[in-house]
Design a protein around this ligand. Structure first.
Ligand SMILES: N[C@@H](CCOP(=O)(O)O)C(=O)O
Length: 432
């Protein structure tokens, strides 16, 4: 498989180079040259296979022979070593829990897969030290910190918006030490993401450091997110058409779901469930893409005003809006609607959703109102404990603290603070 840059289709790369670089030299996102097709036999055998085996079938056409089979198997076993249960909530409404990994958020899958792949490429190619530069609005940071902790040859620098992530999210990305450094930016997630992308184009920095990204702009973070949909699909018992409602911020997860559909998974429709950061909801109504500065909400991991992966979604549909509209619906919800949903689902079904899952639930319910012939799954992308105060206040319930989190609560936060790109540049040039 080769990949091209979405800014210049003449620029091609193999998987390894795309993962090691993160972005194409022209700042474009990498996109596969063709969409592989899985056999119907594979789809009908999903129930019989273990997660790593499924992962191998799904990812192999994208990796080709660039990672040897035994190594890929090992990476996938480590990546998919926890559960991905689908639980019924109401008739035709189920939840896919993606928070059973080490940092209690769906990002663990991509972060672990990328850490394994990049670690392999560095070792094999004797590449020297690589700096992973990553922006987070909440969950990516913790997952990347955990996934890359202690990986040889890799330094990780995480930028996050000051005061705009939850306490537990902040602890997860600021307390590990070793090869992980956190930078608090006086700004929004979009500012952090903008700085990261700018650093990639800054020769003074790239002459000194070999940079890559661990956001879903990196293929090794984006592609493994397809696994969730295969692992969920095999648990569904329905003859109805299927819709997935995906809480969406940077649109990497839903883009991977749409790719899973394109390579052969029989899912009919996707709902992009957004909070007040409604750039894509507005686009789907007007066909006019107008990014706007993100606003702070209780579902902070989705506080993204200019979602990086949407260009990949457009490319998947050949930039044909009509076609895209048949498979993707977008909706936005306020914090007050989100809080109400947390409360009502808890009271009526004794199920505790986090604010992101609640936005996904709302999107699915609205979709089913106009499409009653479907069965739907919404993604619970993070454990409610990561938003302890919000969830307890909205639901009136007590959230049970998982042991894995209790351990980091008393650890001391360590971060650098900055507000401009010039300061980040100075940091990258000086700190080793
Ligand atoms: N929701 C994200 C924002 C970055 O998304 P990514 O998938 O591109 O890493 C977060 O939690 O940081």
């Amino acid at each position: 498989m080769k990949y091209y840059s979405l800014n210049n289709k003449e620029h091609h790369s193999n998987f390894e180079n795309a993962v090691v670089r993160g972005l194409a030299p022209d700042k474009g996102l990498y996109f596969p040259e063709y969409i592989p097709q899985l056999s119907t036999e594979f789809i009908s055998n999903l129930k019989k296979m273990d997660p790593a085996e499924i992962g191998k079938h799904v990812i192999s056409p994208f990796v080709g022979n660039e990672i040897p089979e035994a190594e890929l198997q090992k990476i996938l076993e480590e990546t998919l070593s926890f559960d991905f249960p689908v639980k019924p909530i109401e008739p035709d409404v189920s939840v896919l829990e993606l928070f059973h990994g080490p940092t209690l958020a769906f990002k663990d899958v991509g972060a672990r897969f990328m850490a394994g792949s990049l670690g392999y490429f560095i070792q094999k190619g004797n590449l020297g030290k690589v700096t992973v530069l990553v922006a987070t609005s909440g969950d990516t940071g913790g997952a990347v910190a955990n996934g890359f902790l202690g990986v040889d040859g890799i330094d990780v620098i995480i930028l996050y918006p000051e005061g705009k992530v939850s306490d537990i999210q902040e602890k997860q990305l600021t307390t590990l030490g070793q090869n992980i450094q956190a930078i608090e930016v006086d700004g929004t997630f979009d500012d952090c993401q903008g700085m990261v992308k700018k650093a990639f184009l800054d020769n003074e920095i790239t002459d000194r450091r070999q940079l890559t990204s661990a956001n879903s702009i990196n293929l090794a973070r984006w592609l493994p997110q397809m696994f969730y949909y295969f692992l969920a699909y095999r648990q569904l018992e329905t003859n109805n058409k299927i819709a997935f409602s995906v809480p969406s911020g940077n649109f990497g997860n839903i883009c991977a779901g749409l790719l899973a559909k394109k390579i052969g998974l029989p899912i009919d429709t996707f709902v992009a469930a957004n909070n007040a950061n409604d750039t894509i909801t507005r686009f789907m109504e007007s066909q006019n893409y107008q990014a706007k500065q993100s606003v702070q909400t209780i579902s902070n991991a989705m506080d993204v005003g200019d979602p990086s992966n949407f260009v990949r979604i457009l490319e998947l549909f050949g930039n044909h809006f009509k076609d895209l509209k048949q498979h993707l619906m977008a909706m936005s919800y306020t914090d007050s609607e989100t809080n109400k949903a947390i409360r009502s689902v808890y009271e009526e079904h004794n199920y505790l959703m986090d604010p992101h899952g609640a936005v996904g639930y709302l999107g699915l319910k609205d979709f089913l109102k106009i499409n009653p012939e479907y069965s739907g799954v919404f993604l619970e992308t993070a454990h409610p404990v990561k938003f302890l105060e919000t969830v307890e206040k909205a639901s009136g319930a007590k959230v049970v603290m998982p042991d894995s989190i209790a351990g980091i609560l008393n650890k001391k936060k360590k971060s650098f603070q900055l507000s401009t790109y010039a300061e980040l540049k100075e940091f990258l040039l000086e700190v080793d």
